[in-house]
Write a protein that binds this ligand. Sequence first.
Ligand code: NAP
Length: 306
Amino acid sequence: MTDLLPFQPSASAPCRVVLLGGNGLLGGAFRRAWAAEERFALTEFTRAELNLTRPEQIQSALDRTEFDVLINAAAYTQVDDAEVQPDLAMAVNAQAAGILAEICTARGARMVHFSTDYVFDGRQAQPYVETDGVQPVSAYGRSKWEGEQRVAAVSPQHLILRLAWLFGPARDAFPEWVLQQACRHAEVRVVSDKTGSPTCSLDVPGWVEALLTVPEASGVIHLVNGPECTWQEYAQGVLDAAAGLGWPLRATWATPVPLSSLPGLTAQRPVQSALNTEKFTRLTGLQPRPWPAAMADHLALKAIPG
Ligand SMILES: NC(=O)c1ccc[n+]([C@@H]2O[C@H](COP(=O)([O-])OP(=O)(O)OC[C@H]3O[C@@H](n4cnc5c(N)ncnc54)[C@H](OP(=O)(O)O)[C@@H]3O)[C@@H](O)[C@H]2O)c1
């Protein structure tokens, strides 16, 4: 196995990065942070140019490209749809991830692959660490866990970064749903018995850059803002940040309701999937900022409705 050198940030020898999934919530944050950054030379492949369900397209696109790092922010992310399309979820999240890992290893490049808190079953009371037992309870979670294993089996030097409850400017997510409800209705009802770790996509590229400079950083690492909170507390944080920025909210309070009252969820979800980030801090010396501070920055990028 070739030892991959740590990335040394330098404008004279930029790190050549391939980005997959640049139109997504997470990939959009890498595009935003690195596209105009001298320390990186970014090459993007959209789904139209490199479809992860087509192994020959993956191979031929990457054969034509020189790169040091591959950021795989592309994934099948529809948690409920995956229950009826498990083979497609597996093809994109697991089989393609394994192929990408093999190509990266053959090229002496580092792969940065992303996974999820949904690899856990949610039965543990305290936030999960990287070595805690994995037991996905959904087809999406199983496909992501299989992807982790395939990447790790190819090379222990690739990074497998577990995120959770992602929000950011590139695509609407939970905060946008909360704001839409709160601007239209006098009450926003949000589940208060499901716990996790909100994560701002804007923070992820900086964390990844820090990890790439640390030679011993490899394998599974948890990357979230934290601290852990319930969906209701998360929604309340969105409302508080929006109120502070002068949003015209009809509802300023997120009313707690039980998970059992929520209709229409096909897939089972872990009820407690907060992630512990001490490994990341040990490796980099960095402490992810609390999610309410990141939420304020995220909402400050939005136009306040008139
Ligand atoms: N969102 C969360 O709350 C969350 C939580 C934990 C972990 N994660 C992980 O974070 C990563 C990024 O998630 P995200 O929320 O940014 O996802 P997203 O917004 O749904 O974006 C996914 C990206 O993957 C691309 N894609 C999907 N199928 C593809 C295919 N067959 N071939 C090529 N590209 C394909 C999409 O292309 P199009 O632009 O054409 O649609 C899109 O650009 C994933 O690994 C996910 O598991 C996300």
